[in-house]
Design a binder for this molecule. Structure first.
Ligand code: ZN
Length: 177
């Protein structure tokens, strides 16, 4: 099985809202398998479909137990606050301390078409929020204060211009989303 190329900052596909999945079929199952392989190869813990150029509302995850997928995910509950040094496979080489709710409950469907409700704490909670942001065309940069965001964007745009923003340059512990 092959893997996808992970789309990086500057790619317009990362800035669009992905539409809901309407058909759960063999093609979708193959997409999910390939996304999981891509996520593992990149040593990420979460991957949203737009990050591989596919405009569908779903993400894969693996925080060390078993890989899984949530299709058409929605956050139905969130609580607390948690600071995490958040990194993104599509923004390689950068990470930012971002505060978000600590515990979130996500509702979606699995590959059999059954409803899934999953409560995520800490890393899993962060992953759910980060991946749903991707499905809405939102990047972690948008969660930063103005000054930090502007500085990061300046640096990123320069890397894109120089052609040196690359998925292979990031070696930050493999907890990217
Ligand atoms: Zn990401």
């Amino acid at each position: 099985m092959g893997t996808y190329t992970i789309r990086l900052f500057g790619d317009p596909v990362l800035r669009q809202r992905a539409p809901e999945v309407t058909d759960i079929d063999g093609d979708l199952a193959r997409l999910v398998d390939t996304m999981i392989a891509t996520m593992h190869e990149a040593r990420g813990v979460g991957l949203a479909a737009p990050q591989v150029g596919v405009q569908k509302r779903l993400y894969t995850y693996d925080v060390g137990d078993d890989p899984g997928v949530i299709i058409n995910p929605e956050i139905v509950e969130s609580s607390g606050e948690w600071v995490y040094d958040e990194g993104c496979l599509s923004v390689p080489g950068f990470s930012f301390e971002i505060v978000r709710p600590k515990v979130v409950t996500v509702r979606g469907i699995d590959l059999d078409g059954n409803e899934v409700v999953l409560e995520g704490d800490e890393l899993m909670g962060r992953l759910i929020q980060h991946e749903i942001d991707h499905l809405d065309g939102v990047l972690l940069l948008d969660r930063l204060d103005d000054e930090t965001r502007k500085a990061a964007m300046r640096e990123l745009r320069q890397l894109v211009l120089d052609g040196t923003l690359s998925a292979t340059t990031a070696e930050d512990g493999g907890r990217r989303l």
